[in-house]
Write a protein that binds this ligand. Sequence first.
Ligand code: NAD
Length: 297
Amino acid sequence: MNSLKVIDGKAAAARVLLQVKHDIAALGIQPGLAVILVGDDPASQVYVRNKVLRAEETGIRSLEYRLPADTGQASLLALIARLNADAQVNGILLQLPLPAHIDENRVLQAIAPGKDVDGFHSENVGGLSQGREVLTPCTPSGCMQLLHDTLGDLSGRHAVVIGRSNIVGKPMAALLLQAHCSVTVLHSRSQNAAQLCRQADIVIAAVGRPRMIDASWLKPGCVVIDVGINRIEDQGRSRLVGDVDFDSALPVASAITPVPGGVGPMTIAFLMKNTLTAALQQATPRSLPEAPCPSTC
Ligand code: NAD
């Protein structure tokens, strides 16, 4: 395997976390992050445990709220209101998915936009699309950092985003546009998807289908960021693979993220970075909205 081509997400995440830790120590502050988990989804439990561990390592005080699966929406909204009003809490993370009886959109909108470290509140989503400086979703932000680390300036590159979810695909496209890329978004109804993808300098795969994208989708020399996390059975063993067929793509791409060890660690690192950003913004609230950046020109 050509290891120079393989983007090391763990090392990149460690650099982000070190910077956050350094900034927190230099500023002499202790940001607070509230993590809410409703129910006992095993994958969510692992994610929450990792988030709490990374918070402690970077000097962020974490508060865990583990609620039973039958928690009512009103109780969850009451907890969020309490955390919104608590000056010791700078960021609120609501681990998804939620049990079916809770209206996900309703509770996400209840989180104060300034504490919305996942960047899912419509005020932050709108701000991102207008090019304002807001809290942006952690996974796409982590992908942008990996792209800047790999390519430097992204201006003028053609990026293809495969997937249009609110969590990954749409904010990813908005961030790439802000970085002056030409952006194409492919989704489940796209026609000639592989042919369109072959025009891309940058490919972001966020579909949730194991190894769907192979070498035939890729232009030689493109950079591939694989967001997908899919559990498969392979020779009697359970393991994680991405949306990209890594072995097929490796000889064609100039750089590619592995799964695991690519985008995943960056998501958690950017949660910590967003928590620090939220704490700093709450300490110095802006009285005027930011002017739109020149990317809208
Ligand atoms: P989602 O199910 O909400 O969205 C999937 C998207 O893929 C949809 O917009 C759909 O239109 C598109 N799609 C489906 N079939 C397609 C096809 N044949 N061709 C083109 N597009 C198609 O999923 P999501 O929440 O965006 O997550 C996508 C993947 O990323 C999942 O594997 C998820 O586990 C992973 N993920 C990873 C991280 C991380 O930290 N690495 C974070 C979030 C999500």
